[in-house]
Design a protein around this ligand. Structure first.
Ligand SMILES: [Zn+2]
Ligand SMILES: [Zn+2]
Length: 132
């Protein structure tokens, strides 16, 4: 390969190549100018498809712990239970649940809440509602 022109200014002979796209350039000034717009490694067209699917994989996976999620009919059973609605009228219970909900360490708060009899009774009611 003979000497090539700088692809940025098109005036001087290129001495370097962009590490990203291999575009020949002559000087730091031209390199900076080139880097003003994003450049990517030239890829064959089939490789592009791989890049796209890779970016999909990179998305954070939503872990769906189905086993811990209540079924719709269970939620409906809870919502329609007058016993549970009555229990939820209790101010201290509301605060407990709110506390668990807002906590960054819900498991820990749940453990603490389980020490409260009102909360234990409440969870018992829920369990007997969803698992008759
Ligand atoms: Zn140049
Ligand atoms: Zn480049």
């Amino acid at each position: 390969m003979g000497p090539r022109q700088c692809q940025v200014c098109d005036q001087a002979q290129s001495k370097y190549k962009c590490p990203s796209c291999y575009l020949p350039y002559c000087s730091l000034v031209c390199f900076k100018k080139h880097k003003e717009s994003p450049c990517v490694k030239p890829q064959p067209s089939e490789a592009k498809t791989t890049a796209v699917s890779e970016s999909i994989v990179e998305k954070p996976l939503v872990v769906n712990e189905t086993s811990h999620v209540l079924q719709k009919f269970q939620l409906e059973a809870i919502a329609s239970s007058s016993e549970i609605r009555d229990a939820l009228n209790d101010k201290s219970l509301q605060e407990l649940i709110c506390h668990i909900d807002c906590s960054s360490n819900a498991d820990n708060e749940l453990d603490k809440a389980m020490a409260e009899e009102a909360f234990r009774l409440f969870t018992d009611k829920i369990l007997s509602t969803i698992n008759p």
